[in-house]
Design a protein around this ligand. Structure first.
Ligand code: ATP
Ligand code: MG
Length: 482
C-alpha cells in the first residue's frame, strides 16, 4: 500500500487480458449479441466490465449499452433472462439475471444537463460514439460491440489505461460542468484503480470544487463510500484534500492538517490519520466478514476529528487535546447525518470514535474486571472493530513503545476472552428446572426450590452435565439428607 505509482502496462498484455475475459463471458455476449442483432439493434459491452477486463479483473456484473429502447430491450430479454427488472425506465436501464450473470442494459444516451439542477436530464441517443462521449473518463468510454467483438475506443482509453491515468473524453471543465459528481468519481476511481489523475483534470477539479455543492448528499456519499472501501484510499483522499473538494464534502479531514507548533511537538494529525486508516485495513481480516469494511475504515478516518477543536497549548509548549474523543464523536455524527448515512452506520462509527482512547487508561493492566466488562459492554457489537482501531491508532516510530502498546492490548484482549468465558459459565443451568424440581419433590414454590436449584447448579459445575436420571437421583439424595 505504498505511494509508489504502479508501473505502466503493455498494450499487448492489455489486449490479451481483454481477449481472455471475452472468452470467459462468451456465452452471454454471443447469445445476447445475436438476439439484438437479429432484431436490428446494436449492443455493446461498455464501461466498467471493458476496463476491468483489460486490467485482468473479472466480474459477473456486465454492463451493456444499446440502440434499442427500454421496451425493445425488455422484449428481447424475455425468454432469455431468468429474471428481469426495471432499474429506472426513465434512465433507460433494464436489469436482468441469467445464471451467475448480472446484466444491465442501458439505451444509448445523449443527456443534456441543466447547469443548476441536480439530476441529469436523460435523452436517448442513437449512436455508440455519442454515448461514449457522455461518459466520465476515457478508460470508462470504451466498448466492445457484440457478437462481433469489435472494439470501440474513440478517446484513446486503452492508452490511458496502460499509463494508468484518468482523463475525460472532452474538456474536463465541460464534463464537470455537466455533472460535478464526476469530480468525486475521479477520486473514487483513483482509489479503486491506483491510477493518477491527469493534471488538466486536477486543475479543473480545483477550479470547480465548489460546484460539488449542487450534487445531492446521497450521490456524494455513495462515491465517498466506494473511495474509502477501495484498495488505495490514500490516493483518492489526497486528491479530495488537494483539490479542495474535501473542504466541501468532508471538511473535518483537511482540518486535520494542523500547523505544527514551533516545537514540532506533535505530528501532523492528517498524516497520522491516513496511516491509521492503512493500518486498520491491514487488520480487517480479524472481522467475521473480512474487508473492506466501511465502518472500520471511516472510524479510522474520523477518530481524531475532535483534535483541532480541543487543541490547547500548555505552558511549556506541549499540546493537549482533552476530550477530543467525545467532541470527535459529536462532529462525526453531524457529518454522517449531513451525508445521509443510515442510523446504524452513524451509531457504529461514532461509538468507535468515542471509545478510541479508552484503552489508554488501561496503563499496564490495572483495570478491574468490572472496567474490562464495561469496555466490552460499551463497545457492544463494535468490539472487534474497536480492537482494530485501537491497535491501528499506534503510529509511533519508537519500536519499543509500539511493542509495549501491542503487548498491553494483547493482554487486554486475553482478559476479555477469559472473562467472557467465565460469564458464559454464569449462564449455565442445572440439569433440572424449577418445575421438574417441584414435581420430583412434590413441593410448591418456595425457598426450598431455590436451594435445590442452587445445589444442582453446583453439581453441574463440578461434574459437568448429568442425565435426567442422575439429576433426579441426586436431587432425591439431597432432599433426604436435609
Ligand atoms: P462499479 O460499478 O464497480 O462502481 P463502474 O465503472 O461500473 O464501477 P458505475 O458507477 O457503475 O461505475 O458506472 C458505470 C459506467 O457508466 C461508467 O463506467 C461510466 O462509463 C458511466 N457513468 C456512470 N456515472 C457517470 C457519470 N456521472 N458521468 C458520466 N459517466 C458515468
Ligand atoms: Mg457498475
Amino acid at each position: 500500500m505504498s505511494d509508489a505509482p504502479l508501473p505502466p502496462l503493455q498494450i499487448a498484455d492489455v489486449q490479451q487480458s481483454a481477449a481472455e475475459e471475452l472468452d470467459r463471458i462468451s456465452a452471454v455476449i454471443d447469445e445476447l449479441g445475436h438476439r439484438f442483432r437479429n432484431a436490428g439493434h446494436q449492443l455493446a459491452l461498455v464501461g466498467g466490465p471493458v476496463r476491468d477486463a483489460m486490467l485482468g479483473r473479472h466480474h459477473n456484473d456486465l454492463d451493456f449499452t444499446t440502440s434499442a429502447h427500454p421496451d425493445q430491450t425488455e422484449a428481447l430479454l424475455k425468454g432469455w433472462a431468468d429474471a428481469m427488472w426495471d432499474m429506472g425506465r426513465d434512465f433507460g436501464t433494464i436489469g436482468c439475471r441469467k445464471g451467475e450473470w448480472q446484466v444491465e442494459i442501458t439505451t444509448y444516451r445523449s443527456e443534456s444537463y441543466d447547469a443548476s439542477s441536480r439530476k441529469p436530464d436523460v435523452q436517448f441517443g442513437d449512436t455508440l460514439a455519442g454515448d461514449l462521449g457522455r461518459r466520465d473518463f476515457t478508460v470508462n468510454a470504451m466498448a466492445v460491440l457484440v457478437p462481433d467483438r469489435e472494439f470501440e475506443d474513440p478517446y484513446g482509453g486503452v492508452v490511458d489505461l496502460a499509463h494508468r491515468v484518468l482523463r475525460t473524453p472532452g474538456r474536463p471543465e465541460d464534463s464537470f460542468s455537466d455533472d460535478p459528481l464526476r469530480m468525486m468519481r475521479a477520486a473514487r476511481f483513483a482509489a479503486q484503480l491506483g491510477f493518477t489523475v491527469d493534471p488538466a483534470v486536477v486543475a479543473a477539479m480545483t477550479a470547480m470544487s465548489e460546484r460539488i455543492e449542487i450534487i445531492s448528499a446521497e450521490r456524494v456519499r455513495d462515491e465517498l463510500v466506494k473511495l474509502v472501501c477501495a484498495p488505495y484510499p490514500r490516493l483518492g483522499l489526497t486528491l479530495l484534500v488537494e483539490t479542495g473538494l474535501a473542504a466541501r464534502v468532508i471538511p473535518e479531514l483537511p482540518a486535520l492538517a494542523l500547523e505544527r507548533d514551533e516545537h514540532h511537538r506533535h505530528k501532523d494529525v492528517y498524516e497520522h490519520t491516513l496511516t491509521v486508516l492503512e493500518q486498520s485495513i491491514e487488520l480487517e481480516d480479524r472481522l467475521p466478514g473480512g474487508g473492506p469494511d466501511f465502518v472500520s475504515r471511516f472510524a479510522a478516518l474520523m477518530h481524531d476529528v475532535g483534535k483541532p477543536k480541543t487543541r490547547r497549548f500548555v505552558g511549556d509548549g506541549t499540546v493537549t487535546f482533552h476530550h477530543h474523543d467525545v467532541v470527535g464523536a459529536k462532529i462525526t455524527r453531524k457529518r454522517m447525518r449531513a451525508l445521509r448515512f443510515s442510523n446504524d452506520e452513524i451509531d457504529a462509527v461514532t461509538r468507535l470514535v468515542e471509545l478510541h482512547l479508552r484503552f489508554h487508561g488501561y496503563g499496564s493492566g490495572e483495570w478491574t474486571d468490572s472496567a474490562v466488562r464495561r469496555y466490552v459492554r460499551d463497545a457492544g457489537p463494535e468490539l472487534e472493530r474497536l480492537h482494530i482501531l485501537t491497535r491501528a491508532d499506534c503510529t509511533t516510530r519508537n519500536q519499543r513503545k509500539a511493542d509495549r502498546l501491542r503487548r498491553t492490548y494483547d493482554d487486554l484482549e486475553e482478559r476479555i476472552e477469559r472473562l467472557s468465558e467465565e460469564e458464559e459459565l454464569a449462564s449455565i443451568r442445572p440439569d433440572l428446572d424449577g418445575n421438574q424440581i417441584m414435581e420430583i419433590l412434590g413441593i410448591g414454590p418456595g425457598r426450598e426450590v431455590g436451594q435445590a436449584y442452587q445445589h444442582l447448579l453446583e453439581l453441574r459445575m463440578d461434574r459437568g452435565p448429568m442425565s435426567e436420571e442422575q439429576a433426579r437421583a441426586a436431587l432425591i439424595e439431597w432432599a433426604a439428607q436435609r
